[in-house]
Design a protein. Structure first.
Lengths: 403, 100, 170
């Protein structure tokens, strides 16, 4: 206890990191479930259905499968780099989550007042881009160290794609920075507070619409998702840079890809969609009870759905989950928790919408060919983000930046 | 607090190791990387002194060193690619056509 | 042992291990990885010294772009294992001790010159000496000519790299 009182910041940071890791890893696992369900519904089929009620235990089954598979290392692979690459990819993908704040409130853990972010830095945005630019090494080293044709081609193509779209990614964000005036996420979200005409929220997506489109396209290319996932498509390059990886190392690449997706969605929410701010004007007091209302409605839907279902495990599990949701909803109406829960609720709702958009694109669009992809990145997206930057700077110079 | 002399000694050690790498290695690309190590050591000295005297000019200089290093690496690696294509080897002792 | 001192020792040791790894590695890719380790360790040291923006730029540009270029070229040129040559006897018996003696002398002189003066920055989470606003004010007012010249330099470098790496047209 003396250690706790002497180094309060360190202990509180460790607690926050533990909570964040737990939440993010669970979210990763259920993001895979969500993706498979949504893509399946787009394709008129059910998706995971049998492993647990409505396939809810599918991520657990996949995890156990990955852990128990045989770990094959190619004999001519470069051992150090081969083992290092997936660790590097996962570590970098998870590190960026330390910089992302989920709410403006100040809570107190163990008597120490802290903010809802693990590392509050006033250059958080550049640090985030710096760490995600190191993510290219995971892909390039994985492709090279496998010492085989398909991974090498896939790795080089994938990392070339990531480098090309990284330039457009960072340039499309500079417009937001010019309007907000700071690299700190709290200031950027703060510059989006308030409403025009009393009901249109001042989110950056409205003045920076083309910036948002550039950012979203570049982000999908950065994270190697459809429609930009040629380097790892099965029909093209036999799974690309992670062909020679098995069991847990492959699972780490998998998790790194989804963690990158979550990071990029969080960043888009913070920069363009107003972060933790609600779209309704502040005067409407009923919006404070939206989290509670949402949870209670969700709980009721789960109970009714569970009772009506014909799967025996769904009949048991869903009502229990529904009662837990009802309890959580009732907790959200407590006056102590009410102001704290607003920020994270809106933040997670927006991130969830963006992730749904990602999965929707995956189920709908075909792939780009590699040369189409590269020429799109360099010949269309980069000039568009540069033009966005120039126009924004001209407007800021003549009109003056918003506060 | 960490005394400034520690940072400068670390910078000197890194610079010395860079010189050793530059002199004793055979692969052109590794020699190039030793040059980058020397530049990084110098950057560390600049930042340390900029903090010591509380001036920002050191940091501006570091900014320019990084930019110039980027340009130099781009052109230098282009030259390395041409050498590898022509001499079919990355050993620096094979680039000896002008040897007396 | 305060936290800044512990952090300095850890990052200093990491950077020296990386530099030694650069020299002793047999494969060029391992040398590149060691150099990336050095750069990341140095970025943490810059953060300790209060230059947060420079630390971010170091990782973003140096470790995230320049070293990626190195790794790409090593992979494309398929640089194999380094040929082991024996150090000449002069280097091993005279050069190395002289080098170590020189380093020790420099360390002694620097230590006594700067004994007592400590770094002005606070702890790792303390007040930052260089805010981005001040740095960019200096960059765009006093140093605007070098800034514009480096932009021309980058343009020349891009053109040069493209011309050099192009296959000779038959």
């Amino acid at each position: 206890m003396e250690f706790v009182s002497q180094h309060p910041i360190l202990v509180v940071s460790v607690i926050k990191i533990a909570i964040a890791l737990f939440v993010v890893m669970t979210a990763l696992a259920y993001l895979t479930w969500f993706e498979r369900k949504v893509v399946a519904r787009i394709q008129s089929r059910w998706g995971p259905y049998w492993v647990g009620p409505h396939g809810l235990l599918q991520p657990l089954a996949d995890g156990i499968k990955f852990l128990f598979k045989e770990d094959v290392v190619p004999s001519s692979a470069d051992r150090i780099t081969y083992v290092l690459a997936p660790f590097l990819a996962l570590a970098l993908a998870l590190t960026t989550l330390a910089l992302i704040p989920i709410g403006p409130a100040t809570i107190s853990i163990l008597g120490q007042k802290t903010q809802l972010v693990i590392a509050h830095s006033n250059i958080a945005l550049i640090l985030l881009f710096a760490i995600s630019s190191l993510g290219i090494y995971g892909v390039a080293l994985a492709g090279w160290s496998s010492n085989s044709k398909y991974p090498l081609m896939g790795g080089l193509r994938s990392s070339a794609q990531m480098i090309s779209y990284e330039v457009s990614l960072t340039l499309s964000v500079v417009g937001v920075l010019l309007l907000a005036g700071s690299f700190d996420f709290y200031d950027i979200v703060g510059s989006q507070s308030g409403h025009w005409f009393h009901f249109i929220p001042k989110w950056q997506i409205i003045p920076q619409f083309f910036g948002f489109l550039c950012y979203l396209t570049a982000a999908i290319a950065e994270t190697n998702r459809i429609p930009f996932d040629l380097p790892e498509a099965e029909t093209e390059l036999v799974a690309g840079f992670h062909t020679e990886y098995s069991s847990f190392k492959f699972a780490m690449f998998f998790m790194a890809e989804y963690a990158n997706m979550i990071t990029v969605s969080c960043l888009a929410t913070l920069l363009f969609l107003g972060g933790w701010l609600s779209p309704f004007p502040d005067g409407w007091r009923w919006q404070l009870y939206l989290p509670a209302a949402g949870l209670i409605l969700g709980g009721l839907a789960l109970i009714i759905g569970g009772v009506k279902s014909w799967q025996w495990n769904a009949k048991v599990v869903f009502p229990v989950l529904g009662i837990i949701c009802l309890g959580a909803g009732a907790l959200c109406t407590l006056p102590g928790l009410l102001p704290v829960i607003q920020g994270p609720f809106w933040f997670m709702a927006k991130v969830f919408l963006l992730l749904f958009f990602y999965v929707w694109l995956r189920g709908t669009l075909p792939r780009f060919r590699y040369d189409q992809l590269m020429s799109f990145g360099w010949k269309f997206l980069l000039p568009l983000s540069l033009a966005n930057l120039v126009v924004t700077s001209i407007v800021v110079m003549f009109v003056g930046a918003r506060g | 607090m960490v005394p400034i002399s520690y940072y400068v000694i670390l910078s000197a050690v890194l610079f010395g190791l860079g010189v050793i790498g530059f002199v004793f290695k055979r692969n052109i690309i590794t020699i190039f990387m030793a040059i980058e190590l020397m530049l990084n050591a110098v950057n560390l000295a600049f930042v340390a002194f900029s903090t010591e005297f509380n001036q920002l000019d050191g940091l501006v200089f570091v900014f320019f060193v990084i930019v110039v290093a980027a340009a130099e690496v781009a052109v230098g690696l282009g030259i390395v690619i041409v050498i590898a294509r022509n001499r079919k080897s990355l050993n620096v002792e094979d680039v000896n056509l002008l040897k007396f | 042992m305060s936290i800044p001192m512990a952090l300095f020792i850890v990052c200093g040791a990491l950077s020296i291990f990386g530099a030694i790894g650069l020299i002793l590695a047999k494969e060029p890719v391992h040398s590149a990885l060691s150099l990336i380790l050095v750069m990341v360790a140095l970025a943490v040291l810059y953060l300790l010294l209060g230059a947060a923006f420079i630390a971010a730029i170091q990782i973003l540009v140096y470790a995230g772009a320049i070293m990626v270029l190195f790794v790409f070229v090593i992979m494309l040129l398929n640089a194999g294992e380094e040929v082991r040559t024996n150090l000449s006897r002069l280097a091993r018996w005279v050069g190395l001790p002289l080098g170590i003696f020189f380093l020790a002398e420099m360390g002694y002189l620097l230590f006594h010159e700067y004994a007592g003066r400590t770094a002005n920055a606070g702890t790792a989470t303390g007040p930052v000496v260089a805010s981005t606003t001040d740095l960019s004010m200096k960059l765009f007012t006093e140093y605007v000519l070098p800034f514009e010249l480096t932009s021309i330099l980058i343009l020349i470098a891009v053109l040069g790299a493209m011309v050099l790496a192009r296959k000779e047209s038959q």
